[in-house]
Design a protein around this ligand. Sequence first.
Ligand SMILES: Nc1ncnc2c1ncn2[C@@H]1O[C@H](COP(=O)(O)OP(=O)(O)OP(=O)(O)O)[C@@H](O)[C@H]1O
Ligand SMILES: [Mg+2]
Length: 582
Amino acid sequence: MQESVILKTLRLARPYWPLLLGALLLSAVASLLSGSVAWLVKPVLDRVFIAKNYHYLKFLPPALIGLYFLRGLVTFFQAYLMRMASLKLSNHLREKMYAKLLRLPLSETSHETMGRMVSRVINDTTMVEPVLADVFKTLTLEGLTIISLVAVAISRRWDLALLSFTVFPLVAVGARQMSKKARRTRHHAQQEIANLTHRVAESLQGLPEIKVYQQEKTLLARFQQELRAYYRYLLKVTKYREGSKLIVDFLTGVGGALVLTYGGFLIVRGVISPGDFFSILTAILMTFTPVRKISRAYTSIHDASAALERIEEVLSYPEEEGGPRKAFAPKKGITLAQVSFKYPHTSEWVLKEINLEIPAGQTVAIVGPSGAGKSTLVSLIPRFYDPTLGKVLLDGIDLREFELGSLRALIGIVSQDIVLFNATVYENIAFGNPKASREEVLAAARLAYAHEFIEQLPQGYDTVLGHKGFNLSGGQRQRLAIARAILKNPPILILDEATSHLDALAEKKVQQALETLMRGRTTVIIAHRLSTVKNADLLVVMDRGQIVDTGKHEEVLARCPLYRELYHSFARERKVIPLKRS
Ligand SMILES: Nc1ncnc2c1ncn2[C@@H]1O[C@H](COP(=O)(O)OP(=O)(O)OP(=O)(O)O)[C@@H](O)[C@H]1O
Ligand SMILES: [Mg+2]
Protein backbone atom coordinates (compact mmCIF):
# COMPACT_ATOMS: atom_id res chain seq x y z
CA MET A 1 0.00 0.00 0.00
CA GLN A 2 2.80 2.41 0.90
CA GLU A 3 4.66 1.77 -2.32
CA SER A 4 1.47 2.35 -4.26
CA VAL A 5 1.05 5.80 -2.69
CA ILE A 6 4.51 6.75 -3.89
CA LEU A 7 3.80 5.35 -7.34
CA LYS A 8 0.43 7.10 -7.50
CA THR A 9 1.99 10.37 -6.47
CA LEU A 10 4.76 9.96 -9.00
CA ARG A 11 2.17 9.35 -11.69
CA LEU A 12 0.35 12.53 -10.67
CA ALA A 13 3.68 14.38 -10.66
CA ARG A 14 4.52 13.29 -14.19
CA PRO A 15 4.25 16.82 -15.61
CA TYR A 16 7.09 17.85 -13.32
CA TRP A 17 9.47 15.12 -14.44
CA PRO A 18 12.34 17.52 -15.27
CA LEU A 19 12.36 18.62 -11.62
CA LEU A 20 12.23 15.03 -10.39
CA LEU A 21 14.94 13.95 -12.80
CA GLY A 22 17.13 16.86 -11.72
CA ALA A 23 16.61 15.91 -8.08
CA LEU A 24 17.42 12.29 -8.85
CA LEU A 25 20.67 13.24 -10.58
CA LEU A 26 21.65 15.44 -7.66
CA SER A 27 20.88 12.55 -5.29
CA ALA A 28 23.22 10.38 -7.30
CA VAL A 29 25.96 13.01 -7.08
CA ALA A 30 25.44 13.42 -3.34
CA SER A 31 25.59 9.69 -2.78
CA LEU A 32 28.82 9.44 -4.76
CA LEU A 33 30.29 12.19 -2.61
CA SER A 34 29.35 10.26 0.55
CA GLY A 35 30.93 7.19 -0.93
CA SER A 36 34.11 9.05 -1.68
CA VAL A 37 34.42 10.12 1.97
CA ALA A 38 34.49 6.45 2.97
CA TRP A 39 36.81 5.80 0.05
CA LEU A 40 39.24 8.50 1.19
CA VAL A 41 39.75 6.83 4.55
CA LYS A 42 42.11 4.29 3.01
CA PRO A 43 44.66 6.75 1.53
CA VAL A 44 44.47 8.84 4.69
CA LEU A 45 45.26 5.92 6.87
CA ASP A 46 47.79 4.17 4.69
CA ARG A 47 49.66 7.16 3.27
CA VAL A 48 49.40 9.69 6.08
CA PHE A 49 49.07 7.81 9.34
CA ILE A 50 51.14 4.78 8.48
CA ALA A 51 53.55 5.90 5.75
CA LYS A 52 53.75 9.44 7.28
CA ASN A 53 53.63 11.17 3.92
CA TYR A 54 53.43 14.98 4.29
CA HIS A 55 52.43 15.55 0.71
CA TYR A 56 49.14 13.74 1.28
CA LEU A 57 48.56 15.46 4.57
CA LYS A 58 48.58 18.84 2.84
CA PHE A 59 46.17 17.70 0.24
CA LEU A 60 43.62 15.88 2.38
CA PRO A 61 42.00 18.51 4.62
CA PRO A 62 40.93 20.77 1.72
CA ALA A 63 39.66 17.73 -0.12
CA LEU A 64 37.54 16.75 2.86
CA ILE A 65 36.18 20.27 3.29
CA GLY A 66 35.44 20.44 -0.41
CA LEU A 67 33.66 17.11 -0.41
CA TYR A 68 31.39 17.96 2.48
CA PHE A 69 30.66 21.42 1.17
CA LEU A 70 29.80 20.06 -2.23
CA ARG A 71 27.60 17.41 -0.70
CA GLY A 72 25.78 20.06 1.32
CA LEU A 73 25.29 22.16 -1.77
CA VAL A 74 24.02 19.27 -3.84
CA THR A 75 21.55 18.08 -1.18
CA PHE A 76 20.34 21.65 -0.79
CA PHE A 77 19.40 21.85 -4.44
CA GLN A 78 18.03 18.35 -4.39
CA ALA A 79 15.67 19.25 -1.55
CA TYR A 80 14.76 22.49 -3.28
CA LEU A 81 13.83 20.79 -6.54
CA MET A 82 11.81 18.14 -4.74
CA ARG A 83 9.96 20.78 -2.79
CA MET A 84 9.22 22.66 -5.98
CA ALA A 85 7.80 19.53 -7.56
CA SER A 86 5.70 18.64 -4.52
CA LEU A 87 4.32 22.17 -4.09
CA LYS A 88 3.49 22.36 -7.77
CA LEU A 89 1.76 19.02 -7.50
CA SER A 90 -0.32 19.92 -4.45
CA ASN A 91 -1.29 23.28 -5.91
CA HIS A 92 -2.23 21.56 -9.13
CA LEU A 93 -4.45 19.16 -7.16
CA ARG A 94 -6.03 22.09 -5.32
CA GLU A 95 -6.71 23.81 -8.59
CA LYS A 96 -8.23 20.70 -10.12
CA MET A 97 -10.45 20.17 -7.09
CA TYR A 98 -11.56 23.78 -7.02
CA ALA A 99 -12.40 23.62 -10.71
CA LYS A 100 -14.31 20.43 -9.97
CA LEU A 101 -16.19 22.13 -7.18
CA LEU A 102 -17.27 24.90 -9.53
CA ARG A 103 -18.57 22.37 -12.05
CA LEU A 104 -20.45 20.28 -9.50
CA PRO A 105 -24.21 20.07 -10.09
CA LEU A 106 -26.17 21.89 -7.38
CA SER A 107 -28.05 18.68 -6.76
CA GLU A 108 -24.83 17.15 -5.42
CA THR A 109 -23.87 19.97 -3.12
CA SER A 110 -25.50 19.69 0.26
CA HIS A 111 -23.99 21.62 3.15
CA GLU A 112 -22.39 18.48 4.41
CA THR A 113 -20.61 17.64 1.17
CA MET A 114 -19.50 21.26 0.89
CA GLY A 115 -17.88 21.18 4.33
CA ARG A 116 -16.04 18.03 3.36
CA MET A 117 -15.00 19.50 0.04
CA VAL A 118 -13.45 22.52 1.73
CA SER A 119 -11.37 20.29 3.99
CA ARG A 120 -10.34 18.18 1.04
CA VAL A 121 -9.27 21.05 -1.11
CA ILE A 122 -7.18 22.59 1.64
CA ASN A 123 -6.08 19.88 4.08
CA ASP A 124 -5.89 16.70 2.08
CA THR A 125 -3.75 18.29 -0.58
CA THR A 126 -1.37 19.44 2.16
CA MET A 127 -0.99 15.87 3.33
CA VAL A 128 0.11 14.75 -0.11
CA GLU A 129 2.99 17.20 -0.09
CA PRO A 130 5.36 15.13 2.08
CA VAL A 131 5.14 12.14 -0.25
CA LEU A 132 7.45 13.83 -2.72
CA ALA A 133 9.07 16.43 -0.49
CA ASP A 134 10.01 13.98 2.28
CA VAL A 135 9.46 10.34 1.49
CA PHE A 136 10.55 10.22 -2.12
CA LYS A 137 13.32 12.71 -1.51
CA THR A 138 14.73 10.71 1.40
CA LEU A 139 14.23 7.43 -0.35
CA THR A 140 16.25 8.45 -3.39
CA LEU A 141 18.97 10.41 -1.63
CA GLU A 142 19.55 8.07 1.31
CA GLY A 143 18.88 4.94 -0.71
CA LEU A 144 21.53 5.85 -3.26
CA THR A 145 23.88 6.86 -0.45
CA ILE A 146 23.56 3.43 1.15
CA ILE A 147 24.18 1.77 -2.20
CA SER A 148 27.26 3.86 -2.82
CA LEU A 149 28.65 3.15 0.67
CA VAL A 150 28.04 -0.56 0.31
CA ALA A 151 29.77 -0.45 -3.07
CA VAL A 152 32.81 1.25 -1.57
CA ALA A 153 33.02 -1.31 1.24
CA ILE A 154 32.65 -4.24 -1.14
CA SER A 155 35.27 -2.88 -3.50
CA ARG A 156 37.70 -2.67 -0.59
CA ARG A 157 37.30 -6.30 0.41
CA TRP A 158 34.05 -8.04 -0.47
CA ASP A 159 33.93 -10.81 2.16
CA LEU A 160 34.85 -8.54 5.04
CA ALA A 161 32.26 -6.03 3.86
CA LEU A 162 29.56 -8.68 3.58
CA LEU A 163 30.43 -10.02 7.03
CA SER A 164 30.08 -6.54 8.52
CA PHE A 165 26.91 -5.74 6.65
CA THR A 166 25.25 -8.90 7.92
CA VAL A 167 26.41 -8.63 11.52
CA PHE A 168 25.38 -5.03 12.20
CA PRO A 169 21.89 -5.07 10.68
CA LEU A 170 21.19 -8.21 12.71
CA VAL A 171 22.02 -6.25 15.84
CA ALA A 172 19.66 -3.50 14.74
CA VAL A 173 16.81 -5.93 14.05
CA GLY A 174 17.28 -7.57 17.45
CA ALA A 175 17.16 -4.21 19.15
CA ARG A 176 13.96 -3.31 17.33
CA GLN A 177 12.19 -6.50 18.38
CA MET A 178 13.00 -5.70 21.98
CA SER A 179 11.88 -2.12 21.75
CA LYS A 180 8.60 -3.28 20.22
CA LYS A 181 8.02 -5.48 23.24
CA ALA A 182 8.88 -2.60 25.51
CA ARG A 183 6.33 -0.40 23.74
CA ARG A 184 3.60 -2.97 24.08
CA THR A 185 4.29 -3.41 27.77
CA ARG A 186 4.31 0.33 28.32
CA HIS A 187 0.88 0.41 26.73
CA HIS A 188 -0.35 -2.15 29.27
CA ALA A 189 1.11 -0.06 32.05
CA GLN A 190 -0.78 2.98 30.82
CA GLN A 191 -4.01 1.02 30.80
CA GLU A 192 -3.34 -0.07 34.34
CA ILE A 193 -2.91 3.54 35.43
CA ALA A 194 -6.22 4.35 33.77
CA ASN A 195 -7.82 1.50 35.72
CA LEU A 196 -6.38 2.81 38.96
CA THR A 197 -7.65 6.30 38.28
CA HIS A 198 -11.06 4.95 37.45
CA ARG A 199 -11.08 2.85 40.63
CA VAL A 200 -10.34 5.84 42.83
CA ALA A 201 -12.96 8.02 41.19
CA GLU A 202 -15.56 5.27 41.30
CA SER A 203 -14.90 4.58 44.97
CA LEU A 204 -15.33 8.24 45.87
CA GLN A 205 -18.66 8.31 44.06
CA GLY A 206 -19.84 5.06 45.58
CA LEU A 207 -18.59 5.82 49.05
CA PRO A 208 -22.03 5.45 50.73
CA GLU A 209 -22.55 2.02 49.16
CA ILE A 210 -19.06 0.90 50.08
CA LYS A 211 -19.64 1.96 53.67
CA VAL A 212 -23.06 0.37 53.99
CA TYR A 213 -21.94 -2.91 52.47
CA GLN A 214 -18.59 -2.68 54.24
CA GLN A 215 -16.57 -3.33 51.14
CA GLU A 216 -13.54 -1.32 52.26
CA LYS A 217 -11.31 -4.36 52.65
CA THR A 218 -12.26 -5.99 49.33
CA LEU A 219 -11.76 -2.76 47.44
CA LEU A 220 -8.45 -2.11 49.10
CA ALA A 221 -7.34 -5.62 48.17
CA ARG A 222 -8.31 -5.01 44.58
CA PHE A 223 -6.52 -1.72 44.52
CA GLN A 224 -3.39 -3.39 45.85
CA GLN A 225 -3.68 -6.04 43.18
CA GLU A 226 -3.89 -3.43 40.47
CA LEU A 227 -0.98 -1.53 41.92
CA ARG A 228 1.09 -4.68 41.82
CA ALA A 229 0.19 -5.23 38.16
CA TYR A 230 1.24 -1.72 37.37
CA TYR A 231 4.49 -2.24 39.20
CA ARG A 232 5.17 -5.43 37.30
CA TYR A 233 4.47 -3.87 33.91
CA LEU A 234 6.75 -0.96 34.51
CA LEU A 235 9.54 -3.22 35.69
CA LYS A 236 9.04 -5.25 32.55
CA VAL A 237 9.37 -2.13 30.45
CA THR A 238 12.69 -1.42 32.09
CA LYS A 239 13.72 -5.01 31.65
CA TYR A 240 12.99 -4.94 27.92
CA ARG A 241 14.45 -1.54 27.35
CA GLU A 242 17.63 -2.04 29.32
CA GLY A 243 17.77 -5.64 28.19
CA SER A 244 17.69 -4.58 24.58
CA LYS A 245 20.56 -2.22 25.29
CA LEU A 246 22.42 -5.08 26.90
CA ILE A 247 21.82 -7.36 23.95
CA VAL A 248 22.75 -4.65 21.48
CA ASP A 249 25.93 -3.97 23.39
CA PHE A 250 26.72 -7.63 23.56
CA LEU A 251 25.95 -8.29 19.90
CA THR A 252 27.88 -5.21 18.89
CA GLY A 253 30.79 -6.63 20.85
CA VAL A 254 30.43 -10.04 19.21
CA GLY A 255 29.97 -8.51 15.75
CA GLY A 256 32.86 -6.15 16.30
CA ALA A 257 34.99 -9.03 17.49
CA LEU A 258 34.11 -11.07 14.42
CA VAL A 259 34.85 -8.23 12.06
CA LEU A 260 37.99 -7.33 13.95
CA THR A 261 39.25 -10.91 14.00
CA TYR A 262 38.71 -11.50 10.32
CA GLY A 263 39.86 -8.00 9.38
CA GLY A 264 42.90 -8.25 11.64
CA PHE A 265 43.69 -11.63 10.16
CA LEU A 266 43.57 -10.19 6.64
CA ILE A 267 45.76 -7.25 7.65
CA VAL A 268 48.33 -9.41 9.39
CA ARG A 269 48.44 -11.70 6.39
CA GLY A 270 49.01 -8.64 4.23
CA VAL A 271 45.89 -9.27 2.11
CA ILE A 272 44.46 -5.83 2.90
CA SER A 273 45.91 -2.67 4.38
CA PRO A 274 44.69 -1.05 7.62
CA GLY A 275 43.28 1.65 5.31
CA ASP A 276 41.03 -0.91 3.64
CA PHE A 277 39.76 -2.06 6.99
CA PHE A 278 38.90 1.39 8.28
CA SER A 279 37.44 2.37 4.96
CA ILE A 280 34.93 -0.47 5.31
CA LEU A 281 34.23 0.42 8.93
CA THR A 282 33.58 4.05 8.01
CA ALA A 283 31.23 3.01 5.23
CA ILE A 284 29.23 0.88 7.66
CA LEU A 285 29.01 3.62 10.27
CA MET A 286 27.96 6.09 7.60
CA THR A 287 24.97 3.94 6.58
CA PHE A 288 23.37 4.22 10.02
CA THR A 289 22.00 7.73 9.52
CA PRO A 290 20.48 7.09 6.06
CA VAL A 291 18.80 3.92 7.35
CA ARG A 292 17.28 5.82 10.25
CA LYS A 293 16.10 8.63 7.96
CA ILE A 294 14.43 6.23 5.57
CA SER A 295 12.54 4.43 8.30
CA ARG A 296 11.40 7.76 9.73
CA ALA A 297 10.28 9.13 6.36
CA TYR A 298 7.64 6.43 6.16
CA THR A 299 5.64 7.78 9.07
CA SER A 300 3.85 10.51 7.12
CA ILE A 301 2.88 8.18 4.32
CA HIS A 302 -0.13 6.67 6.04
CA ASP A 303 -1.96 10.02 6.24
CA ALA A 304 -0.97 10.79 2.68
CA SER A 305 -2.43 7.55 1.45
CA ALA A 306 -5.83 8.26 3.00
CA ALA A 307 -5.74 11.85 1.77
CA LEU A 308 -4.91 10.77 -1.75
CA GLU A 309 -7.86 8.42 -1.75
CA ARG A 310 -10.22 11.20 -0.68
CA ILE A 311 -8.80 13.50 -3.36
CA GLU A 312 -9.35 10.86 -6.00
CA GLU A 313 -12.91 10.43 -4.80
CA VAL A 314 -13.62 14.14 -5.23
CA LEU A 315 -12.03 14.18 -8.66
CA SER A 316 -14.29 11.35 -9.73
CA TYR A 317 -17.54 13.16 -8.83
CA PRO A 318 -19.89 13.61 -11.78
CA GLU A 319 -19.94 17.06 -13.31
CA GLU A 320 -22.75 19.11 -14.72
CA GLU A 321 -23.39 18.20 -18.27
CA GLY A 322 -24.90 20.17 -21.08
CA GLY A 323 -25.75 19.25 -24.62
CA PRO A 324 -24.14 20.19 -27.93
CA ARG A 325 -26.45 22.99 -29.05
CA LYS A 326 -25.82 26.65 -28.57
CA ALA A 327 -28.65 28.34 -26.72
CA PHE A 328 -30.35 31.44 -28.16
CA ALA A 329 -32.64 34.17 -26.93
CA PRO A 330 -36.19 32.78 -26.92
CA LYS A 331 -38.40 33.67 -29.85
CA LYS A 332 -41.47 31.69 -28.77
CA GLY A 333 -40.81 31.21 -25.10
CA ILE A 334 -39.99 28.88 -22.28
CA THR A 335 -42.28 25.97 -21.58
CA LEU A 336 -42.59 23.73 -18.56
CA ALA A 337 -44.21 20.50 -19.72
CA GLN A 338 -45.56 18.08 -17.13
CA VAL A 339 -42.79 19.00 -14.74
CA SER A 340 -42.59 17.25 -11.41
CA PHE A 341 -39.67 17.69 -9.08
CA LYS A 342 -38.19 16.25 -5.91
CA TYR A 343 -34.96 17.51 -4.39
CA PRO A 344 -32.27 14.83 -4.54
CA HIS A 345 -32.27 12.45 -1.57
CA THR A 346 -35.75 13.60 -0.48
CA SER A 347 -39.07 11.93 -1.00
CA GLU A 348 -41.50 14.84 -1.16
CA TRP A 349 -42.69 16.22 -4.50
CA VAL A 350 -41.99 19.94 -4.42
CA LEU A 351 -43.44 20.52 -7.90
CA LYS A 352 -46.31 18.44 -9.23
CA GLU A 353 -47.20 18.20 -12.91
CA ILE A 354 -46.56 21.82 -13.74
CA ASN A 355 -47.54 23.01 -17.19
CA LEU A 356 -46.60 26.58 -17.88
CA GLU A 357 -45.93 28.74 -20.90
CA ILE A 358 -43.63 31.75 -20.46
CA PRO A 359 -44.03 33.67 -23.73
CA ALA A 360 -40.94 35.37 -25.11
CA GLY A 361 -40.66 39.03 -24.22
CA GLN A 362 -43.41 38.89 -21.62
CA THR A 363 -43.48 39.05 -17.86
CA VAL A 364 -44.88 36.19 -15.84
CA ALA A 365 -45.47 36.84 -12.17
CA ILE A 366 -45.60 33.92 -9.76
CA VAL A 367 -47.37 34.34 -6.45
CA GLY A 368 -48.04 31.88 -3.69
CA PRO A 369 -47.50 31.20 -0.02
CA SER A 370 -44.09 30.44 1.38
CA GLY A 371 -42.92 26.95 0.52
CA ALA A 372 -45.21 26.71 -2.50
CA GLY A 373 -42.23 25.91 -4.74
CA LYS A 374 -41.78 29.25 -6.51
CA SER A 375 -38.01 29.48 -6.11
CA THR A 376 -37.70 25.81 -7.01
CA LEU A 377 -39.67 26.34 -10.20
CA VAL A 378 -37.50 29.18 -11.44
CA SER A 379 -34.29 27.29 -10.54
CA LEU A 380 -35.12 24.83 -13.31
CA ILE A 381 -34.67 27.50 -16.00
CA PRO A 382 -30.87 27.95 -15.60
CA ARG A 383 -30.72 24.17 -14.96
CA PHE A 384 -29.58 24.49 -11.37
CA TYR A 385 -31.74 21.40 -11.12
CA ASP A 386 -33.35 19.24 -13.76
CA PRO A 387 -37.00 18.16 -13.50
CA THR A 388 -37.42 14.72 -11.99
CA LEU A 389 -40.23 14.11 -14.50
CA GLY A 390 -41.22 16.16 -17.52
CA LYS A 391 -39.24 18.76 -19.44
CA VAL A 392 -38.33 22.40 -19.59
CA LEU A 393 -38.15 23.66 -23.16
CA LEU A 394 -36.72 26.72 -24.86
CA ASP A 395 -38.59 27.33 -28.13
CA GLY A 396 -39.61 23.70 -28.04
CA ILE A 397 -36.12 22.31 -27.41
CA ASP A 398 -35.29 20.49 -24.17
CA LEU A 399 -32.91 22.61 -22.07
CA ARG A 400 -30.70 19.55 -21.62
CA GLU A 401 -29.73 19.79 -25.28
CA PHE A 402 -28.07 23.15 -24.84
CA GLU A 403 -24.53 23.86 -23.89
CA LEU A 404 -24.69 24.93 -20.24
CA GLY A 405 -22.55 28.03 -20.60
CA SER A 406 -24.53 29.35 -23.54
CA LEU A 407 -27.81 28.71 -21.75
CA ARG A 408 -26.74 30.48 -18.58
CA ALA A 409 -25.33 33.38 -20.58
CA LEU A 410 -28.94 34.17 -21.50
CA ILE A 411 -30.13 34.45 -17.94
CA GLY A 412 -29.91 37.18 -15.33
CA ILE A 413 -30.89 36.40 -11.75
CA VAL A 414 -31.66 38.42 -8.72
CA SER A 415 -32.21 35.73 -6.14
CA GLN A 416 -33.73 35.55 -2.72
CA ASP A 417 -30.41 35.11 -0.92
CA ILE A 418 -27.95 37.44 -2.51
CA VAL A 419 -24.34 36.43 -2.21
CA LEU A 420 -21.72 39.11 -2.30
CA PHE A 421 -18.19 37.95 -2.85
CA ASN A 422 -15.15 38.98 -0.88
CA ALA A 423 -14.24 41.66 -3.38
CA THR A 424 -14.89 45.35 -3.97
CA VAL A 425 -18.33 46.77 -4.71
CA TYR A 426 -17.14 47.43 -8.22
CA GLU A 427 -16.01 43.85 -8.75
CA ASN A 428 -19.24 42.55 -7.27
CA ILE A 429 -21.24 44.44 -9.87
CA ALA A 430 -18.81 43.70 -12.71
CA PHE A 431 -19.41 40.04 -11.92
CA GLY A 432 -22.43 40.43 -14.22
CA ASN A 433 -20.14 41.21 -17.13
CA PRO A 434 -16.40 41.18 -16.49
CA LYS A 435 -15.75 42.87 -19.84
CA ALA A 436 -17.82 45.94 -19.00
CA SER A 437 -16.14 49.35 -18.91
CA ARG A 438 -16.13 51.48 -15.78
CA GLU A 439 -18.77 53.75 -17.29
CA GLU A 440 -21.07 50.79 -17.92
CA VAL A 441 -20.64 49.54 -14.36
CA LEU A 442 -21.45 52.97 -12.94
CA ALA A 443 -24.42 53.33 -15.29
CA ALA A 444 -25.78 49.97 -14.12
CA ALA A 445 -25.36 51.03 -10.50
CA ARG A 446 -27.23 54.25 -11.23
CA LEU A 447 -30.09 52.42 -12.94
CA ALA A 448 -30.35 50.14 -9.93
CA TYR A 449 -30.42 53.14 -7.61
CA ALA A 450 -27.27 51.86 -5.95
CA HIS A 451 -24.89 54.63 -6.99
CA GLU A 452 -25.84 57.02 -4.18
CA PHE A 453 -25.28 54.63 -1.32
CA ILE A 454 -22.12 53.22 -2.89
CA GLU A 455 -20.64 56.72 -3.09
CA GLN A 456 -21.24 57.04 0.64
CA LEU A 457 -19.38 53.86 1.54
CA PRO A 458 -15.93 54.40 3.13
CA GLN A 459 -14.03 53.70 -0.09
CA GLY A 460 -16.89 54.12 -2.55
CA TYR A 461 -16.76 51.55 -5.33
CA ASP A 462 -13.49 50.20 -3.93
CA THR A 463 -15.02 49.21 -0.59
CA VAL A 464 -14.37 45.54 0.05
CA LEU A 465 -17.47 43.51 0.84
CA GLY A 466 -18.23 40.07 2.19
CA HIS A 467 -16.16 37.96 4.52
CA LYS A 468 -14.16 40.32 6.75
CA GLY A 469 -15.40 43.14 4.55
CA PHE A 470 -18.07 45.77 4.76
CA ASN A 471 -21.58 44.53 5.48
CA LEU A 472 -24.52 45.86 3.50
CA SER A 473 -28.20 45.95 4.40
CA GLY A 474 -30.60 43.59 2.66
CA GLY A 475 -31.93 46.37 0.46
CA GLN A 476 -28.45 47.49 -0.53
CA ARG A 477 -27.53 43.95 -1.43
CA GLN A 478 -30.57 43.68 -3.61
CA ARG A 479 -29.73 46.84 -5.46
CA LEU A 480 -26.21 45.54 -6.11
CA ALA A 481 -27.70 42.31 -7.43
CA ILE A 482 -30.03 44.30 -9.68
CA ALA A 483 -27.09 46.34 -10.96
CA ARG A 484 -25.31 43.06 -11.69
CA ALA A 485 -28.28 41.83 -13.73
CA ILE A 486 -28.62 45.18 -15.54
CA LEU A 487 -24.95 44.99 -16.48
CA LYS A 488 -25.31 41.47 -17.82
CA ASN A 489 -28.18 42.62 -20.05
CA PRO A 490 -29.64 39.14 -20.54
CA PRO A 491 -32.67 38.19 -22.68
CA ILE A 492 -34.15 36.15 -19.82
CA LEU A 493 -34.60 37.56 -16.34
CA ILE A 494 -35.42 35.76 -13.13
CA LEU A 495 -36.32 37.95 -10.20
CA ASP A 496 -37.04 36.28 -6.90
CA GLU A 497 -38.69 38.76 -4.58
CA ALA A 498 -36.16 41.17 -5.84
CA THR A 499 -37.44 44.18 -3.96
CA SER A 500 -38.77 42.69 -0.77
CA HIS A 501 -36.09 44.23 1.44
CA LEU A 502 -36.47 47.78 0.25
CA ASP A 503 -38.10 50.64 2.06
CA ALA A 504 -40.98 52.38 0.34
CA LEU A 505 -38.89 55.06 -1.33
CA ALA A 506 -36.11 52.80 -2.54
CA GLU A 507 -38.69 50.28 -3.62
CA LYS A 508 -40.33 52.76 -5.90
CA LYS A 509 -37.02 53.66 -7.49
CA VAL A 510 -35.91 50.09 -7.93
CA GLN A 511 -39.34 49.24 -9.29
CA GLN A 512 -38.85 51.80 -12.04
CA ALA A 513 -35.38 50.48 -12.79
CA LEU A 514 -36.68 46.95 -12.93
CA GLU A 515 -39.47 47.94 -15.27
CA THR A 516 -36.96 49.45 -17.66
CA LEU A 517 -34.88 46.33 -17.30
CA MET A 518 -37.81 43.98 -17.89
CA ARG A 519 -39.05 45.69 -21.00
CA GLY A 520 -38.77 43.38 -24.01
CA ARG A 521 -37.21 40.59 -21.97
CA THR A 522 -38.63 37.25 -21.03
CA THR A 523 -39.10 37.70 -17.31
CA VAL A 524 -40.21 35.46 -14.50
CA ILE A 525 -40.74 37.40 -11.34
CA ILE A 526 -41.71 35.98 -8.01
CA ALA A 527 -43.94 38.77 -6.91
CA HIS A 528 -44.87 40.00 -3.50
CA ARG A 529 -46.15 43.36 -4.48
CA LEU A 530 -49.28 44.66 -6.03
CA SER A 531 -47.74 46.76 -8.80
CA THR A 532 -45.69 43.88 -10.19
CA VAL A 533 -48.68 41.62 -10.18
CA LYS A 534 -50.89 44.15 -11.90
CA ASN A 535 -48.35 44.94 -14.59
CA ALA A 536 -47.50 41.33 -15.37
CA ASP A 537 -48.70 39.85 -18.65
CA LEU A 538 -49.56 36.64 -16.89
CA LEU A 539 -50.18 35.80 -13.29
CA VAL A 540 -49.49 32.32 -11.91
CA VAL A 541 -50.78 31.29 -8.51
CA MET A 542 -48.93 28.42 -6.89
CA ASP A 543 -49.76 26.38 -3.84
CA ARG A 544 -48.04 23.28 -2.50
CA GLY A 545 -46.14 22.54 -5.67
CA GLN A 546 -49.07 23.02 -8.02
CA ILE A 547 -50.38 25.78 -10.22
CA VAL A 548 -53.83 26.57 -8.91
CA ASP A 549 -54.70 29.34 -11.34
CA THR A 550 -53.28 31.42 -14.18
CA GLY A 551 -54.52 34.44 -16.05
CA LYS A 552 -54.74 38.20 -15.85
CA HIS A 553 -54.84 39.81 -12.44
CA GLU A 554 -58.54 40.71 -12.62
CA GLU A 555 -59.67 37.31 -13.85
CA VAL A 556 -57.72 35.45 -11.21
CA LEU A 557 -58.83 37.83 -8.52
CA ALA A 558 -62.43 37.14 -9.44
CA ARG A 559 -62.18 33.36 -9.26
CA CYS A 560 -59.27 32.28 -7.01
CA PRO A 561 -59.79 32.47 -3.25
CA LEU A 562 -56.09 31.87 -2.48
CA TYR A 563 -55.12 34.76 -4.71
CA ARG A 564 -57.72 36.99 -3.08
CA GLU A 565 -56.20 36.20 0.25
CA LEU A 566 -52.68 36.96 -1.03
CA TYR A 567 -53.89 40.06 -2.83
CA HIS A 568 -55.41 41.50 0.32
CA SER A 569 -52.21 40.96 2.18
CA PHE A 570 -50.30 42.72 -0.65
CA ALA A 571 -52.66 45.62 -0.50
CA ARG A 572 -52.62 45.80 3.28
CA GLU A 573 -48.96 45.34 4.00
CA ARG A 574 -47.42 46.38 0.67
CA LYS A 575 -45.20 43.39 1.32
CA VAL A 576 -46.50 39.96 1.91
CA ILE A 577 -46.24 38.26 5.24
CA PRO A 578 -45.35 34.74 4.23
CA LEU A 579 -48.28 32.47 4.87
CA LYS A 580 -46.72 29.39 6.31
CA ARG A 581 -48.40 26.26 5.08
CA SER A 582 -47.32 22.91 6.27
N1 LIG B 1 -32.23 22.52 -1.46
C1 LIG B 1 -33.35 21.96 -1.01
N2 LIG B 1 -33.36 20.68 -0.62
C2 LIG B 1 -34.47 20.09 -0.17
N3 LIG B 1 -35.66 20.71 -0.08
C3 LIG B 1 -35.74 22.01 -0.44
C4 LIG B 1 -34.58 22.70 -0.93
N4 LIG B 1 -34.96 23.97 -1.21
C5 LIG B 1 -36.27 24.04 -0.92
N5 LIG B 1 -36.76 22.87 -0.47
C6 LIG B 1 -38.14 22.58 -0.10
O1 LIG B 1 -38.95 22.74 -1.25
C7 LIG B 1 -40.18 23.37 -0.93
C8 LIG B 1 -40.39 24.58 -1.83
O2 LIG B 1 -39.39 25.53 -1.53
P1 LIG B 1 -39.22 26.87 -2.34
O3 LIG B 1 -37.99 27.53 -1.87
O4 LIG B 1 -39.33 26.58 -3.79
O5 LIG B 1 -40.49 27.69 -1.86
P2 LIG B 1 -40.90 29.20 -2.19
O6 LIG B 1 -42.25 29.14 -2.82
O7 LIG B 1 -39.83 29.86 -2.95
O8 LIG B 1 -41.03 29.80 -0.74
P3 LIG B 1 -40.66 31.30 -0.22
O9 LIG B 1 -41.78 32.19 -0.60
O10 LIG B 1 -40.59 31.15 1.25
O11 LIG B 1 -39.38 31.68 -0.85
C9 LIG B 1 -40.13 23.70 0.53
O12 LIG B 1 -40.88 22.73 1.22
C10 LIG B 1 -38.66 23.59 0.89
O13 LIG B 1 -38.52 23.11 2.19
MG1 LIG C 1 -38.47 31.32 -2.55
